[in-house]
Design a protein around this ligand. Structure first.
Ligand code: C2E
Ligand code: CA
Ligand code: CA
Ligand code: CA
Length: 274
């Protein structure tokens, strides 16, 4: 089951997700992962289209399991979500990402921003607003330098509750990205009312962009939609120079992907992007 991941770590593949016994074991281990210091964040750079210097990062969670090695979030986030453990884990992520951003600012990269992913359960949690506020205060950060990424399907699940949550978060000044955009079923009416600042085009549409006319048409309409709603448009999963050029020409604002920078440890992020 163990395979070498694309960035050199041993990742467990989805064949492992099937096993109930493995899941139970992971759940038991995950309960102790925070106190045992086994969770860590990797950071993937975000680049302004046409620019060569990153202006921010997305924090991506990893679990360095004592026996199984480095686990991908696709393996353990669903377990954390179902068990409710995602709430304390999510708070740990917010705090660790804010601490890292503070360290980068203090080291002279004061214009960098940070994006943090929120799971559906976190997004529905009444404690979210206070934990975001707490993390920003503890690390003396300007809320505008933090982006919270919520998937389109999470944001569309309970539209009224989502609007309330998004309004409370944006009132604080944090930025909101609608992640995996194009895979859910947003009504344009709700999208218009939603106080988001960023649309992230799902990488499924980027993959065959240069070869598939339908994908190119979808990407170009998402970009046009984002522009008309005055949202920043981000493309994820940029793996080739041709995709980078194509997305730049279509007017995409920000690019992210292996071609520009893989998720990496904090120290490496600084040496690659300063
Ligand atoms: P996502 O938010 O859509 O994150 C993008 C995923 O695409 C990341 O996978 C990233 O490593 C990968 N990626 C980036 N560039 C490329 C590329 O050019 N090609 C390809 N094929 N993939 C690329 P990762 O790190 O395994 O994370 C998977 C998902 O796990 C994330 O998807 C997000 O939904 C979730 N996740 C990660 N960290 C957290 C977290 O702290 N909290 C929560 N709630 N979810 C998280
Ligand atoms: Ca994301
Ligand atoms: Ca995404
Ligand atoms: Ca995704």
């Amino acid at each position: 089951v163990k395979q070498s991941g694309r960035n050199g770590h041993a990742f467990f593949t989805s064949t492992m997700q099937a096993g109930t016994r493995q899941r139970l074991r992971l759940l038991q281990d995950l309960r102790r992962a925070i106190v045992r210091n086994e969770l860590l964040l990797h950071y993937q750079p975000k680049f302004p289209a046409g620019g060569s210097r990153a202006n921010g990062a997305e924090a991506l969670l990893r679990w360095n399991h004592p026996e199984l090695g480095m686990l991908s979030p696709d393996v353990f986030i669903p377990i954390a979500e179902r068990s409710g453990l995602i709430i304390p884990i999510g708070e740990w992520v917010l705090d660790a990402a804010c601490a890292q951003l503070r360290a980068w600012h203090d080291a002279g990269n004061a214009d960098w921003s940070m994006a943090v992913n929120l799971s559906p359960l976190q997004f529905a949690s009444p404690t979210l607003v206070e934990s975001v506020r707490g993390a920003l205060q503890r690390h003396a950060l300007d809320p505008r330098q933090l982006t919270l990424e919520v998937t389109e399907s999470t944001a569309m699940k309970d539209v009224d509750a989502s609007l309330q949550m998004l309004e409370a978060l944006t009132a604080m000044g944090v930025r909101i990205a609608i992640d995996d955009f194009g895979t859910g079923y947003s009504s344009l009416l709700y999208l218009k009312r939603m106080p988001a600042t960023e649309l992230k085009i799902d990488r499924a549409f980027v993959r065959d962009l240069e070869h598939n006319a339908e994908d190119a048409a979808i990407v170009s309409s998402i970009i046009a939609l984002g522009r008309s709603l005055q949202l920043q448009v981000v493309a994820e999963g940029v793996e080739t120079e041709a995709q980078r050029e194509f997305l730049g020409a279509l007017g995409c604002d920000v690019l992210q992907g292996y071609h520009l920078g893989r998720p990496m440890a904090a120290a490496e992020f600084v040496s690659c992007n300063s």
